[in-house]
Design a protein around this ligand. Structure first.
Ligand code: GRG
Length: 271
């Protein structure tokens, strides 16, 4: 990415990381809605060019250079307290959680990545693809960390789908890979891949300088799903990850994939 875009992505990352630490970090129990109101006030101040500290100033700089919208940042703050729960009854609840923790990051990123001047796609479709990548990444993150989250007393997977698959919470806490678990995980992985497919349609519509890093990140994160399958769905005690060799191989493949622009590839048809 261009140095300016790199700095902008770092500034967004740092703000998201600080927000995540506030709400989900080691001292989250001391953070109440008043504290989050103060954090949101700092956000509106930095968007208006009045940053509080050097990190806020980095995001102020980004806001002054790219048409970044404040709403996804507010969304990431607004709902975090309500969503800080350790269970999801249905997928809609899990989806909402993924939107606020990761979908928002996709929406924050599009103005920095830039849309190709050759793109024929609607802005809405491109933002939907960015949202889908955030959701896909977060779902993958959740499927990778089932054992780790369970050890923290958290089961993000939809309760109704677990019940339908005949899986009890205790089965997850015990961490035994059964055929029921394998079948359940196959469905979860299939759904996560659907969101990656949705995201793919939008990558090619981005500015040429941004396509490769975004595509590479999509390919790399999606390969975590392959690693879970390769581990025979044991995401209880085995951490699925993409090895260095496979990662390195992914970069030239990703580069070749995005060399052509939206005008030549069947990117996103205006629907
Ligand atoms: C596709 C189009 C049109 C644009 C791209 C838009 C982008 C860049 C989307 C990506 C959004 C993104 C990076 C979301 C964050 C996903 C995620 C799982 C974050 C978790 O981060 P960590 O908490 O550091 O992960 P670990 O759990 O591995 O520590």
């Amino acid at each position: 990415m261009t140095p300016e875009r790199q700095r902008a992505v770092w500034a967004i990352y740092v703000w998201c990381r600080r927000t995540d630490e506030l709400v989900d970090g080691p001292n989250a129990s001391c953070i109440n809605s008043t504290a989050l109101d103060r954090w949101e006030k700092r956000l509106t101040d930095l968007f208006e060019g009045r940053p509080f500290d050097v990190y806020d100033a980095a995001l102020s700089d980004t806001v002054s250079k790219f048409p970044v919208d404040i709403q996804p940042f507010k969304d990431m703050i607004e709902m975090r307290l309500d969503l800080r729960k350790s269970r999801n009854k249905i997928f809609d609840e899990l989806y909402l959680y993924c939107y606020y923790v990761a979908g928002t990051v996709g929406l924050m990123s599009v103005p920095v990545m830039g849309i190709s001047p050759d793109s024929k796609a609607s802005t809405e479709n491109i933002y939907n693809a960015a949202l889908a990548l955030g959701i896909a990444n977060q779902l993958t993150n959740i499927l990778r960390d089932v054992g780790e989250d369970a050890r923290r007393g958290r089961i993000y997977l939809p309760h109704d789908e677990l019940k339908l698959a005949g899986i009890l919470e205790d089965d997850i806490f015990r961490g035994i890979v059964t055929d029921k678990w394998r079948n359940f995980m196959k469905g979860q992985i299939k759904r996560a891949r659907m969101f990656f497919d949705e995201a793919e349609k939008g990558v090619i519509e981005l500015n040429s300088a941004s396509r490769w890093p975004v595509w590479a990140s999509l390919v790399l994160y999606r390969q975590i799903l392959d690693a879970i399958e390769a581990n025979d769905y044991n995401n209880f005690t085995k951490r699925a990850y993409v090895g260095k060799a496979k990662k390195l191989l992914s970069f030239p493949v990703a580069y070749a994939r995005v060399l052509v622009g939206p005008s030549k590839l069947t990117g996103m048809v205006n629907t």
